[in-house]
Design a protein around this ligand. Structure first.
Ligand code: ATP
Length: 324
């Protein structure tokens, strides 16, 4: 059973008119009850048309998850994953971390139709839109400690990029350490959060956000150059198809990373390196620590920067482009 607004949203998702009376009957609600839910749907940023005598319809059809197709797809490609789709949650990473602490098993996946408080690194927010964004998190338990996870976000980015390429998205690039790019704009991001001992076993939450189809309002909310799968694909895959493909690819990456670390993914990362040769500044905790040209990444996922002092390696930080 989903939440009430999403039960209604699933009926309206086809973009056609539905009479208020029928909707009310299906949901066991009065006309006022349906109207209340419509207002909650509008509060999610969706436009609903109301026409006397015809009922309600969404301004455009909405791509919600198809749970049957998702279950069938995953059974075929990644039977080891246990996937749950929530209608709404603040952040799939936050909820899954709580479940991990309570003993959720390795391979638990949480996806969500509406993420209301998505997070990026350093307290930044990740913006998503109902029906237009894909957000999910995977719980992976590594036998080795958090200290052995260098390069994990890069390896996951390679896995996500390959899944999108297979679905027909053109020109997917990766940016150190955790982003997917297309033609100079951010297409997706990865947020890795781990708990456990530096040496002992660790529980890692791999959060992924990918823009499938961004509307104007969502782009405005993001406030930074962003792009989506729809802008770089001939036919736009459904969110369900993107989720299945991404999970298959990323689960494969995680299993291999657990055995071999980042090294086997380095070449594939370099082939997709979006900021290769670009002049950048590197900051750590808000302080600029280096400037130079991005050469690439090392076997352990460290950024390699050609700066005044020669080739330097960095394990953490944020990059920003510099002129020249
Ligand atoms: P960057 O890599 O851009 O320097 P970061 O690594 O600190 O930033 P992330 O955690 O990757 O940031 O993502 C958060 C940032 O991404 C936000 O500050 C915002 O600028 C941008 N952003 C938020 N939502 C989206 C989205 N849906 N698509 C593209 N960019 C987004």
């Amino acid at each position: 059973m989903g939440t009430a607004p999403f039960s209604l949203l699933r009926m309206l998702a086809d973009g056609r008119f539905h009479s208020g009376e029928r909707l009310g009957r299906a949901l066991g609600l009065s006309r006022a009850g349906v109207w209340n839910l419509i207002r909650r749907i509008e509060a999610l940023g969706l436009r609903v048309f109301k026409v006397r005598g015809r009922g309600y319809r969404l301004a455009e059809a909405l791509d919600l998850f198809k749970l049957d197709a998702l279950a069938a797809g995953l059974k075929k490609v990644s039977p080891e994953l246990r996937v749950e789709v929530l209608d709404e949650c603040p952040s799939t990473n936050t909820v899954l971390a709580q479940r991990a602490a309570a003993g959720a098993p390795h391979g638990t996946v949480l996806a969500c139709e509406h993420q209301s408080a998505g997070r990026g690194r350093r307290g930044h927010s990740w913006v998503s839109a109902v029906g237009g964004s894909l957000v999910f998190s995977i719980l992976w338990r590594f036998p080795r400690g958090a200290g052995a996870l260098g390069g994990l976000s890069l390896a996951v980015a390679v896995g996500a990029a390959k899944a999108l390429e297979r679905l027909g998205t053109h020109g997917v690039g990766v940016k150190w350490p955790n982003d997917l790019y297309c033609e100079g704009r951010k297409l997706g991001g990865i947020l890795i959060e781990s708990s456990g001992d530096i040496l002992g076993p660790s529980a890692v939450i791999v959060g992924v956000g990918i823009n499938v189809r961004l509307g104007t309002r969502t782009r405005e909310r993001i406030g930074a150059p962003a792009t989506d799968i729809a802008s770089h694909s001939k036919t736009v895959p459904s969110r369900t198809d993107v989720l299945v493909a991404a999970l298959e690819s990323i689960a494969g990456v995680l299993a291999r990373f657990s055995r071999e670390g980042f090294a086997p993914f380095r070449e594939e990362w370099l082939q997709r390196h979006a900021w290769k040769g670009r002049r950048v500044a590197l900051s750590q905790a808000g302080r600029r620590v280096a400037e130079g040209k991005v050469v690439g990444v090392a076997e352990d996922g460290a950024l390699m920067l050609d700066s005044i002092g020669g080739i330097e390696r960095f394990h953490s930080g944020e990059l920003s482009l510099r002129p020249g």
